[in-house]
Design a protein. Structure first.
Length: 359
């Protein structure tokens, strides 16, 4: 970005927020050792209570919103010229950003769109606010599924009528204790635990579980989640949120696994163990979901691991996966594979699992 178009100095307009932010903020949780061995959200766990899959470093990557350029009279001509040329996009009144990359997948593009709008909102809002709900989940580095391209903020006072007319900005008005406020990358954001509960109360179950699983991986405190749910008793969406948080498990390793678990939960099938270790002649292998008493496993296959690049040679990955599958079958396991396209037909997933469990 040319230096003459660099954003104006200073943090986004959050001075009124920063005065209300607690001096002792929630710690940054970029690496979280161990895993949660229980489905129960109120049970703290020791890092040594459950084994970890090889390569599971529990890293949480927090995306950084792109840097915005503010309109000034001195920049008017240059901004207009670059906008016409397609090297800048006007994302909000008086706020410009470089265009998004052209090679993003639909899911990546939605996340990028929300991050761009977060950047624009942080440049223009002057009242006290905190990014919340799915916007906070994204800033905390949580997984999302079917992310809506809306920015959520929570504020302490009801918005004015004119402030509710922006379709891409959802303002929530509710008391927000100091305990539930923090900063992420210099932006005011609801804490990880408050974000989980807000998402679990407002999203469909599968989407809420995707956020909750990844938040536990990132270090969300189960005891705090239990307190937040107890304080919200009787409120809108709390019953569903309890189900989501009660099922959440740090051992989930992908959004797809979380969605499958929710589908099976809704069908009232026996709960599977996420990240289950299975002994085979090739040594210990790990399955995404497993019922050890039935020797049934569900493996969620995202196409990305066969896409090459950082994931290695696709042909080699396929050969390794075939050898792994054969070892599980020889150990007496039925292995069901689910891909993203299968999630559009939950009933078929349920029937497949039911048949395998009855085997």
């Amino acid at each position: 970005m040319p230096s003459d178009l660099a954003p104006q100095a200073g943090l986004p307009r959050t001075s009124s927020v920063l005065r209300e932010t607690p001096a002792r903020e929630s710690p940054v949780r970029d690496t979280v050792p161990g895993r949660t061995p229980s489905h129960h959200p109120a049970t703290a766990s020791s890092p040594d209570e459950a084994p970890r899959r090889p390569g599971d470093e529990r890293r949480t990557e927090r995306p950084a919103p792109p840097t915005a350029i503010r309109f000034t009279e001195e920049r008017r001509t240059e901004l207009a010229r670059r906008t016409r040329a397609g090297t800048l996009d006007r994302v909000r009144r008086g706020v410009y950003l470089s265009p998004a990359a052209a090679d993003l997948s639909p899911a990546q593009l939605r996340r990028e769109l929300v991050l761009r709008r977060v950047s624009a909102v942080s440049e223009r809002l002057s009242s006290a606010y905190w990014f919340s709900h799915t916007s906070a989940a994204l800033l905390h580095g949580c997984w999302t599924w079917r992310l809506a391209d809306v920015v959520h903020v929570t504020q302490l006072r009801p918005p004015k009528a004119a402030q509710t007319r922006e379709p891409a900005l959802r303002r929530h008005w509710t008391p927000l204790p100091v305990r539930d406020r923090t900063l992420v990358g210099g932006l005011p954001v609801t804490t990880l635990e408050r974000t989980v509960v807000d998402c679990a109360r407002s999203l469909p179950g599968a989407q809420g579980l995707v956020v909750a699983d990844s938040a536990l991986r990132a270090g969300a405190d189960p005891a705090v989640l239990a307190v937040l749910l107890a304080e919200a008793a009787g409120g809108r969406g709390v019953r569903g949120a309890r189900a989501v948080v009660g099922l959440a498990d740090a051992r989930a390793e992908s959004p797809g696994e979380s969605v499958v678990r929710w589908i099976l939960h809704e069908a009232e099938l026996p709960a599977a163990v996420p990240g289950l270790e299975v002994p085979t002649w090739r040594g210990s292998l790990w399955v995404d979901l497993g019922w050890p008493e039935h020797r049934v496993a569900v493996e969620f296959d995202g196409a990305v691991k066969y896409s090459g690049g950082d994931f290695g040679d696709p042909r080699s990955r396929l050969v390794q996966e075939k050898a792994r599958h054969d070892a599980l079958v020889e150990a007496g396991w039925v292995v069901l594979r689910v891909v993203w396209a299968d999630l559009a037909d939950p009933a078929t997933i349920v029937r497949r699992v039911e048949r395998a469990l009855r085997r």
